[in-house]
Design a binder for this molecule. Structure first.
Ligand code: KG4
Ligand code: ZN
Length: 361
């Protein structure tokens, strides 16, 4: 590192339009100079979920102004940036294309490098925005679309240790919220309801808890919540069901995170310090953070849990992934096309529902 590196990051893979400027100085120090996020929650609420065409139209309307705001706030003249990093997948194709064309246009106009970023790599590297932890470390990614334990071995080097075989954790929170009559996206509201309820009010299942290594499953839990909801008579029952659901999730995450940590330790015997990090929207849940901090302490892992604004979708993590890849000379060009499906560990088998081998303990 012998010069300052400054990246513009652009994110539009789902329902957040975001842009950010991140700088790494010649000594390696990292600073987020701006991090602008515009959420479309209000636009999708009447439909109970993200509508791709609506999302794409909203990205088109906002992307220029969001990028402009990010540049203005950073106080960096646009000509001074080193390169442009844009989320290229996974995500909704019509949405990805909006950010990609904005990023490609700016990079071409300024004659700067263009980097196509895997959104999941953005989440995976986000803890290094806060602290220069060394590779490898263990990541639990829990968002609306993904739930995975990943060994982060280096930039562009990932090994999936476990994944959900059905719903993503954020999806389970949102579906439980819908059953309780909470509007989309219900995850944050479930946390509020749960704080007022009795976590032992309802007994809910913990699918594949002692099967299939650190793979996870939430579909059966969601069905059980639906059945339990038939017994709800008043508001307090709703709070109790939310609390029981969140408690069950915490119990599942406790067992599965321990399994993932054991696997990680077996794979990395030479490691002197072991770090556990979390990312994704669900990682902003305070009870999950507390629960997982306790697991880390009991397993001898250090932890970095980024603040909520870096856990949920944002462009600072995309700009940062751009800087990390640029430093490794992993540069793309404007012929790169968006990839709606783009696993971080390309070698990991597709695991969904029936046919999954649960023999592993
Ligand atoms: O990472 P994210 O912002 O977007 C992607 O899915 O990529 O995650 C959004 C998800 C939603 O399912 C939302 O309900 C959930 O994260 N979420 C939460 C909380 N805040 C956001 N789930 C539980 N507790 C929260 N406090
Ligand atoms: Zn995300």
């Amino acid at each position: 590192m012998n010069k300052n590196v400054i990246f513009l990051g652009i994110e539009s893979s789902c329902d957040e339009t975001a842009a950010s400027i991140v700088k790494q100085d010649k000594h390696g120090k990292v600073k987020i100079l701006s991090n602008i996020v515009s959420s479309q929650i209000k636009e999708h609420q009447p439909f109970g979920g993200v509508v791709p065409e609506l999302a794409a139209r909203s990205h088109v309307e906002k992307i220029d102004i969001i990028i402009k705001k990010a540049i203005q706030k950073s106080k960096i003249p646009i000509q001074k940036i080193t390169g442009v990093a844009t989320t290229a997948g996974p995500g909704l194709l019509v949405c990805l294309m909006v950010g990609m064309s904005a990023g490609k246009t700016i990079a071409t106009f300024l004659k700067k490098p263009f980097l196509a970023i895997n959104h999941l790599e953005g989440h995976a590297l986000s803890p290094r925005l806060i602290k220069k932890i060394k590779f490898p470390y263990l990541l639990l990614l829990i968002s609306g679309g993904h739930t995975q334990f990943l060994e982060v071995q280096g930039v562009n080097k990932y090994k999936r240790l476990g994944t959900t075989i059905d719903d993503a954790l954020g999806e389970a929170f949102d579906k439980t919220a819908k059953i309780l009559g909470i509007e989309f996206p219900g995850g944050p509201k479930i946390e509020k309801y749960a704080a007022r309820g009795n976590e032992n009010g309802f007994v809910l299942p913990k699918p594949i808890l002692h099967k299939s290594g650190c793979n996870l499953s939430f579909a059966g839990l969601k069905t059980a919540v639906l059945h339990a909801s038939k017994k709800i008579k008043n508001k307090q029952d709703k709070y109790n069901l939310a609390a029981s659901f969140q408690h069950t999730i915490n119990e599942i995450l406790k067992v599965k995170s321990k399994k993932a940590m054991q696997l990680f330790l077996e794979n990395n015997k030479q490691n002197k310090e072991n770090y556990f990090v979390i990312a994704g929207g669900v990682a902003s849940n305070k009870t999950i953070r507390k629960n997982l901090q306790e697991v880390c302490k009991s397993m001898g892992f250090k932890y970095i849990f980024p603040p909520s604004e870096l856990c949920t979708d944002n462009a600072a993590m995309i700009a940062w992934a751009g800087i990390e890849r640029y430093q490794k000379k992993l540069i793309d060009d404007v012929t790169f096309t968006a990839r709606p499906r783009w696993p971080l560990d390309e070698k990991a088998p597709f695991l969904k529902g029936a046919g999954v081998d649960h023999s592993q303990k």
